[in-house]
Design a protein around this ligand. Structure first.
Ligand SMILES: O=C(O)CCC(=O)C(=O)O
Ligand SMILES: [Fe+2]
Length: 257
């Protein structure tokens, strides 16, 4: 479906081409184009799925993938909740703790489309970044290109057929007081003739007023393990993300004590 949208006729793309990143359905080329220092080699479809206040009316979602998207979202929520339970337990907390904090209430679907790039040494497909939210689920096709930073080195994250990849985001790193680390990753410009396609589900905090604060969970802070990050407001979080390209400093670096 993302591949179809990527290859779609220009009229369809143009109907959804917007650079507003705060809700609804968008189609854009190089989604952080106006914020980053250099252009990268991808097209991008996104749909805000929840909360309802930012989700588009159903008829704004292109007909060609309305049903598939709803089905995929349902599965992504199921698996996201299972993983959230395991992540809570991994912190020694009640399995429902992260969910009850409304950490998984905002969901954004992203369809990343990386067409063949004739000069892949001149740019990347997607700049080096950490995901700002809580958890990301990736479902890539079999065209290779994703890399993660391991130690000081970029390592290929080769796709397994049908395999899902879960990324910890900055938010979860902070809430877990650094027990989980957000992973730095990037996508190389696609040198294969076939397009690289990756389906992305970002889970983020819902139900969060402008002046409410989040920070390391109090039960994870002790004399032996003092807070590693300061608390922050929604305003700070949103401004940090939207004032820069993907390629510059993450929130984690700014909040580290
Ligand atoms: O294309 C991919 O597999 C990764 C996409 C990604 O990292 C992102 O959109 O945040
Ligand atoms: Fe990412």
């Amino acid at each position: 479906m993302v591949e179809e949208m990527g290859q779609a006729i220009w009229e369809l793309k143009a109907a959804h081409y917007v650079r507003d990143e705060h809700g609804g359905v968008t189609f854009s080329s190089n989604h952080d184009l106006l914020r980053s220092q250099a252009a990268t080699w991808h097209d991008y479809v996104s749909v805000w799925l929840a909360p309802a206040a930012v989700a588009p009316p159903a008829d704004r979602i292109p007909n060609m993938y309305r049903r598939e998207l709803a089905a995929w979202d349902k599965h992504a929520v199921e698996i996201g909740e299972i993983v959230a339970g395991l992540l809570s337990e991994g912190l020694g907390l009640d399995p429902k703790r992260l969910k009850e904090l409304s950490l998984f209430e905002t969901r954004i679907f992203g369809g990343m489309f990386y067409p063949y790039c004739p000069q892949p040494d001149l740019t990347v497909g997607l700049s080096d970044h950490t995901d700002p939210g809580v958890l990301t689920i990736l479902l890539p096709n079999q065209v290779w290109g994703l890399q993660v930073m391991h130690g000081e080195k970029w390592v290929d994250a080769n796709p397994l057929p049908g395999g899902l990849i879960f990324n910890i985001g900055d938010f979860l790193e902070i809430v877990s007081n650094g027990e989980y680390r957000s992973v730095q990753h990037r996508v190389l410009a696609n040198s294969h003739k076939e397009p690289r396609v990756s389906i992305v589900h970002w889970f983020d905090v819902g139900n969060w007023g402008d002046s409410d604060e989040h920070g390391p969970l109090p039960e994870l802070i002790s004399q032996e393990k003092p807070a590693r990050y300061r608390r922050f407001t929604k305003k700070e979080y949103v401004e940090n993300f939207y004032s820069k390209g993907l390629d510059s400093k993450s929130l984690v670096e700014k909040l580290r004590l």
